[in-house]
Design a protein around this ligand. Structure first.
Ligand code: CMC
Length: 382
């Protein structure tokens, strides 16, 4: 081993490695604290909006009333898609997974941006607004296309949350539904150097463009150990026939060495504050929409998990109760992860812009454990 390699340490999964400084989100995994730029997640979920939270992440301060109004106007003026993009949506296979569709369509946004490769902060802010504002149309548009429904143009009077629900269903959502959606968007907006954010940083650190960085992030978020878990939670809840079947189901999973989706976290070894908040919220919305059985089943899973693995620091994460919330809002299971992306785009872009200010190529090493000095045998001799 070379001297340089001897000085390095191996950290599989980057469990104990800090790769950069950031002033966007703070997580205390032992105490269950999450702050965006110093503001507690609970305060933001109760009092802020997704747009204001995004402004906070991008500017590292809360906006004034005028600044927020201007920001909202700018976002809304970017809601609609070009004819090329609407055509592209209806050209996609109807049976494609919405996450594959979202990744492809987000990538396509770069095709019609002549300044796609401009790395300036002004250009990146503009491109971030484009992605933030258009993702609801991309997700809702694809969902309607696959169901054979007419595509709906955005409502530029509406918030991101309201506009998404409107474009998805064709109906004006109730205030409670819009608020539930808005809160989910706030809670998922940022979370330190999670896998998808880190993936976006790897891409941006090569001085590639921010559309590519977000496309990378969407591909990473899709995995069942990351954003794909919310969908997995819902499959599990549907698979468990009744509240009485919960215990056997969970114990069987453990016996087969399988994981329970929506539990455990790399950073939180106590309660995930997002899950704590969503739990109360999910109960209310499940009650209102006739889905309280689902909530009760979730609560029973939590009890069994607490008894079995609570001592190992495995608790519900954000995906556990967001599943019940989205289901109660009438959203299809395979749209849960695209919704996560629709929110996290604010965090991904905030981190990319922050990282670029002090950019350093992210290029770790691997610990080579393969053979050396092998004799090359020509193909005719093998
Ligand atoms: N169900 C059962 N056992 C679990 C679970 C779970 N959900 N999560 C962790 N464990 C066990 C794991 O088997 C291991 O046990 P042992 O030490 O006996 O081998 C121990 O806990 C440590 O697990 P790990 O995989 O080494 O921990 P990690 O920090 O690498 O994993 C995680 C974090 C999120 C990948 C993992 O907890 C997991 O797979 N959870 C289920 C998927 C999930 O809900 N993901 C969403 C994460 S939060 C939202 C997001 O970021 O997208």
């Amino acid at each position: 081993m070379s001297t340089v390699m001897q000085e390095m340490h191996t950290d599989i999964g980057l469990v104990n490695t800090i790769v950069a400084r950031s002033s966007l989100s703070f997580i205390n995994g032992e105490k269950g604290i999450l702050e965006y730029v110093g503001y507690g997640i609970d305060d933001l979920a109760r009092q802020s909006t997704f747009e204001e939270t995004t402004y906070l992440l991008w500017n590292r301060r809360l906006p004034s009333r005028v600044e927020l109004a201007e920001f909202n106007t700018l976002i809304r003026s970017n809601y609609d898609l070009s004819e090329t993009l609407w055509d592209m949506i209806v050209s996609l296979p109807r049976d494609a997974s919405p996450m594959h569709a979202l990744r492809t369509l987000t990538s396509a946004l770069a095709l019609e941006d002549p300044a796609a490769d401009d790395p300036s902060i002004e250009a990146n802010t503009r491109k971030s607004i484009v992605m933030l504002a258009k993702m609801p149309a991309l997700i809702a548009g694809f969902d309607r296309h696959r169901k054979g429904l007419d595509l709906i143009r955005p409502n530029v009077e509406a918030t991101i949350a309201e506009n998404f629900l409107y474009m998805l269903t064709g109906k004006k959502p109730t205030e409670r539904m819009s608020r539930a959606m808005d809160i989910c968007l706030i809670l998922h907006a940022d979370h330190g150097f999670n896998a998808s954010t880190f993936a976006s940083l790897v891409t941006i650190s090569t001085l590639s463009d921010i559309y590519s960085a977000v496309t990378t992030a969407i591909g990473t978020l899709k995995g069942p150990l990351h954003g794909g878990a919310n969908q997995g939670v819902m499959y599990m809840l549907q698979e468990i026939e009744s509240i009485d079947a919960v215990e056997e189901y969970v114990l069987n999973k453990f016996a087969n060495k399988e994981r329970i989706m929506g539990f455990g976290h790399r950073v939180y070894k106590s309660n995930d504050p997002r899950a704590t908040y969503l739990k109360t919220f999910a109960e209310g919305i499940a009650q209102d929409t006739g889905n309280i059985d689902l909530f009760n089943k979730s609560q029973r899973i939590e009890e069994v998990m607490d008894r079995e693995v609570g001592s190992k620091g495995i608790y519900p994460n954000v995906d556990f109760y967001s599943a019940t919330t989205y289901f109660s809002l009438g959203i299809d299971l395979d749209l849960f992860t695209p919704l996560f992306a629709m929110s996290r785009v604010s965090g991904w872009t905030a981190h990319c812009m922050e990282y670029l200010a002090e950019n350093r190529l992210i290029r770790p090493r691997c610990d080579y454990v393969g053979p050396h000095e092998q004799e090359y045998v020509s193909i005719s001799q093998r």
